[in-house]
Design a protein around this ligand. Structure first.
Ligand SMILES: [Zn+2]
Length: 343
């Protein structure tokens, strides 16, 4: 296969970075035996995934073919064995009770699924998601490197100082001995804030799992709409300037019922010059949703609503070029892409 100079220009630095990071990783693992590396999150997230049978299917990214053929030139092994191992245990547990914690590096291939990979390595989907800092299963792409730990569990970062293996074990209903053992800590040892630990056998909570699977929300319109504008940068139809569109626009006839996207309590309703008639609903886990340009509001502040509660009707009030629902999702006060949170 012919490789142009330009291609080598990319391959060589990539190889250097890869080898560098792997050796750093191994060195770090050797140095602090049971330390848990901070998961590296890939920022280059472009591929769309389809969710089948609760498995995560890794779709082929457009540019992935080039990346993979480039990779084949220096023949990276699929798996690079990690280093680990523990010689002594501060906790009352023996090496036979807990298999050692070490990591392997794996590069995702077309057709790989998080669920089957997890099964192959005797761990769980939660383990792979947590250890690799995967925020949304639809944004994983082939060619991405992931870490595969030798035992199931999740990564946990202490929220405040004074937490111990025991308090963390209670939180996840798992063995405190195992936590202490794999992290090389004492059972009662008070940990400092912001410390990252590996919690063997722990599972993600259901909200996190729904966020990652992208099925936390139901769509506020049930059928017959089309997306007239997505979340992100766009040319504003009024000013002509590039502005950030903080929600998703769903175009449909005036009067179409609008439902809450998740159970919650109406935090405000009213009028805004841009959003027209709007409803805001507060949900668990720091989520707030907003429904704008309504022709009619059919709920009121303080009302508890479910995903089958009609909260208003589609309209074109405020700054709007035609009947549509503008839907915004806030997580802890910041907007987020609604399309990643529903199926
Ligand atoms: Zn909009």
């Amino acid at each position: 296969m012919h490789i142009s100079k330009k291609t080598w220009f990319f391959i060589i630095p990539a190889a250097v970075i890869y080898i560098g990071s792997v050796s750093f990783f191994i060195a770090a693992a050797l140095k602090q035996k049971a330390s848990v590396p901070v998961p590296a999150v890939s920022e280059n997230l472009t591929a769309e995934l389809t969710d089948e049978n609760a498995e995560v299917r890794i779709a082929e990214a457009a540019e992935a073919t080039d990346e993979i053929s480039a990779d084949a030139e220096y023949e990276l092994p699929d798996l690079v064995p990690g280093q680990g191992g523990l010689d002594l245990s501060p906790a009352e547990i023996s090496k036979e009770d807990v298999p050692e914690l070490y990591y392997m590096v794996y590069r995702l291939k077309p057709g790989d699924m998080i669920g089957t990979l997890a099964e192959d390595y005797g761990i769980t989907q939660d383990t792979l998601i947590s250890v690799n800092g995967i925020k949304n299963s639809r944004t994983i792409q082939i060619g991405q490197y992931i870490r595969i730990p030798s035992i199931p569990g999740i990564v946990y970062t202490t929220k405040k100082s004074g937490e111990t293996a025991q308090t963390i074990a209670e939180k996840y209903n798992v063995s405190a001995d195992k936590i202490a053992f794999v992290n090389n800590k004492g059972l009662e040892e008070e940990l400092k804030e912001g410390l990252t630990l590996f919690v063997p056998d722990a599972e993600l909570d259901w909200v996190t799992r729904q966020e990652i699977n992208g099925d936390l929300f139901k769509r506020p319109l049930r059928k017959g709409y089309y997306f007239s504008s997505y979340y992100g940068w766009r040319k504003n139809p009024f000013s002509g300037r590039r502005t950030f569109h903080n929600g998703i626009d769903m175009a449909i006839a005036k009067g179409t019922p609008v439902y809450a996207a998740l159970d919650g309590r109406v935090s405000s309703t009213g009028w805004d010059n841009v959003y027209g008639n709007y409803v805001k609903v507060a949900h668990h886990s720091g989520y707030v949703t907003m429904y704008a340009h309504l022709s009619k509001i059919t709920t009121k502040k303080g009302a508890y609503v479910t995903t089958s509660t009609k909260i208003g009707e589609v309209g074109s009030t405020g700054q709007s070029t035609g009947p549509h629902l503008h839907f915004t999702v806030y997580k802890n006060g910041r907007t987020t892409n609604p399309a990643l949170l529903w199926n």
